[in-house]
Design a protein around this ligand. Sequence first.
Ligand SMILES: Cc1ncc(COP(=O)(O)O)c(C=O)c1O
Length: 374
Amino acid sequence: MKDIEKIREQFPITKSKVFLNHAAMSPLPKPVAETVRKCVDEFSNLGTTSIEWNNGGKPFFAKLVRAEPQEIALVENTSTGLNIAANVLCYPPGSKIVTTDLEYPSVVYPWLRKSLGVKVHYVKNIDGKILLKDIEKAVDDKTVAVAVSHVEYVNGFRHNLQALSEIAHEHGAYLIVDAIQSAGAMQIDVKRDNVDFLTTACYKWLLSPPGAGYLYVKKELIEEFEPPFVGWASVKQEIFETIDFWDIWSLRLSETASRFEVGSPSFISLIGTTEALKIFLDIGIENVERKILKLTDYLIKTIKNLGLKLQTPEEQQCRSGIVNLKIDRPQEMVEKLSHKGIIVSARAHGLRISPHFYNTEGEIDKLADAIKKG
Ligand SMILES: Cc1ncc(COP(=O)(O)O)c(C=O)c1O
């Protein structure tokens, strides 16, 4: 990536820390922090009248995942998006959801509620990988949806969404994707991969404040579903653009994905997110992905040179921004590293390391050195 020093100037965190924890919560880039600060000042000095929040960045997010802006709803976080998807579907007796044993709780919990009466089938990982043949075996005509994280939070295993949607659709099931560990790090193409629902918050790889997120619902499906929650934001655009007195006698749901929105969004966060999305569209997500994979290649090579064991599958097609290495007492190591200004997480009896495009091989060397010294 050209001009890395110039890019790093936009990330004040680089002056004080080696931050390799983007799979948790990311520090804000300078332009994002400045935009949010300006918005808060305007809010305080002038009220909200002059604040433009441009649809909460929906067109920018749509571009990032190759969707149409009308297919994007604002949500507060990934868990809300997943719950919306879980609650619009119907579950005839004997219904089943297929997921994996590597999932984050929010991907599974919505279907564990007894009232839904759904069986959750967990496809087991083999050496950190979920094999397509095991998903194929698990999905049948009773399956209502396949629900997975595009990139698994523990070890960074990346699913092939196109293959998953083919399997799901062959049985009339939907593909529901949690993209919080891939959006802003890996390329996403909801059309090519024929994804039905995809949702993410933006506070990890998308370098944004918490409280902002998106739910993509495939165009052809939007009007099939009645939202589980409704409010003023769920109705047709022209109603709240022209209204001076609300129609409370009928519910005219929007024909776009905003029917899944309920009320006032966190516009301060969304203003920051819009600025962050511009960074990704400007640099190009394919360049961001390339740089992250180059850094994680280097990280894997470095870890192996130290004689440590990886918990992340190495094949290029299932790699991502997350690398997990097995060590004893990972929490202790996280704290020791943190005292040296190196930030990573402890997950699954190992260290989870997650560099972004502005990190450098030199920072990975610093991490390796600190691990070696213990
Ligand atoms: C895969 C995955 N899904 C969901 C979440 C949490 O999402 P949110 O806070 O946006 O609901 C996390 C957070 O670590 C995660 O790793």
